[in-house]
Design a protein around this ligand. Structure first.
Ligand SMILES: C[S@@+](CC[C@H](N)C(=O)[O-])C[C@H]1O[C@@H](n2cnc3c(N)ncnc32)[C@H](O)[C@@H]1O
Length: 311
């Protein structure tokens, strides 16, 4: 399936791109957002990050057709500050994070992200050079760790029942494929849950993927790195796809845009109260409009939040 860039116009408008500016795309993917940023730069430069080797080939030729003002970096966006500092860049004018798995990653059976394919090896690594994969989580994590990640990252009500079933099954033989895992999950759930509209393995697959890729820790570190890098009037735009991510983004933006705390008993003149370093551009997240919702199923859960460093 062709990769569709979510909330493309909203991101481009929200970043308020200056043609001489320095921009960062922390999640290159197939380069949809990066292309639109690059088109708007004259003497500016774009640095695009990804941890998946497959992101680079397709997007490199796509971006080269626009201009040479870009650099592709294979690194975690959580490390963007160090990576850019190493290249002599200490401040940037805009940053995008479009987090999560891309459609090509989901759609390639061999990557093991999707419960739609039965015979995929349990993998789910975005960065295939890392060692932790879904096979290890499913076959080696102890019962209590499985319960913790299913509850916390999947918000799965039946975490304990599913973890127990996994433990019993892997004692007989290793659990190798996505199809086997789906069957184990199905058999652990009450029939009223199995027959619901949503796929019964959705939450557990989400939980394992988040664990394998350290997604929530990377997001927290990436947001901090990005805020540290912004120049005055620079903007950070973040698209997320589930509530655990959105909560982290919302809280980080709230803290960054709050006035510094001061003791109310000490009289301070209004002019002496420092303004917060950042201001929210979106009080409520931007979501996809009707036309995009019709075209792209993935956009249904997308939320875009934007914050700006004060000038
Ligand atoms: C939703 S896709 C981005 C799609 C992109 N905006 C486009 O228009 O084609 C997310 C991409 O971010 C990458 N990614 C996820 N977490 C990452 C991280 N911590 N550091 C760098 N890249 C990451 C994934 O490998 C994937 O290619």
């Amino acid at each position: 399936m062709e990769h569709y860039s979510v909330l493309l116009n909203e991101v481009i408008e929200g970043l308020n791109i200056r043609e001489q500016g320095i921009y960062v795309d922390g999640t290159l993917g197939r380069g949809g957002h990066s292309s639109e940023i690059l088109k708007r730069l004259s003497t500016g430069h774009l640095y695009s990050f990804d941890i998946d080797d497959e992101a680079f080939e397709a997007s490199r030729s796509r971006l080269s057709q626009i201009s040479d003002n870009f650099t592709l970096i294979k690194a975690n966006f959580a490390d963007m500050k160090e990576e850019l500092n190493n290249r002599g860049i200490y401040g940037v004018d805009g940053i995008l994070l479009d987090i999560g798995v891309s459609s090509p990653q989901f759609d390639e059976a061999g990557r093991g992200f999707s419960y739609r394919y039965e015979d995929s090896r349990l993998d789910m690594r975005m960065d295939r050079s890392q060692s932790l994969d879904a096979y290890q989580v499913v076959n080696e994590y102890d019962y209590s760790d499985l319960v913790r990640i299913f509850y916390r990252y999947g918000e799965e009500t039946y975490a304990k029942q599913i973890a127990r079933k996994i433990e019993n099954e892997r004692a007989k033989a290793p659990i190798e494929t996505t199809g086997q895992l789906v069957e184990i999950i199905r058999s652990a759930l009450p029939s009223k849950v199995v027959n619901r509209h949503k796929h019964p393995a959705k939450k557990v697959f989400q939980a394992i993927r988040i664990e394998v890729n350290g997604e929530l820790e990377n997001l927290e570190r990436g947001l901090q790195s990005a805020l540290d890098l912004l120049n005055p009037c620079g903007r950070l735009a973040v698209i997320s796809f589930h509530s655990l991510e959105d909560q982290i983004i919302k809280n980080t933006f709230k803290t960054a845009s709050q006035p510094p705390h001061f003791d109310k008993r000490i009289p301070v003149k209004e002019k002496d109260i420092a303004l917060p370093e950042f201001q929210l551009i979106t009080r409520k997240p931007i979501t996809a409009g009707e036309a995009e919702l019709q075209e792209n199923h993935r956009s249904h859960s997308a939320k875009l939040r934007i914050i700006e460093k004060r000038g």
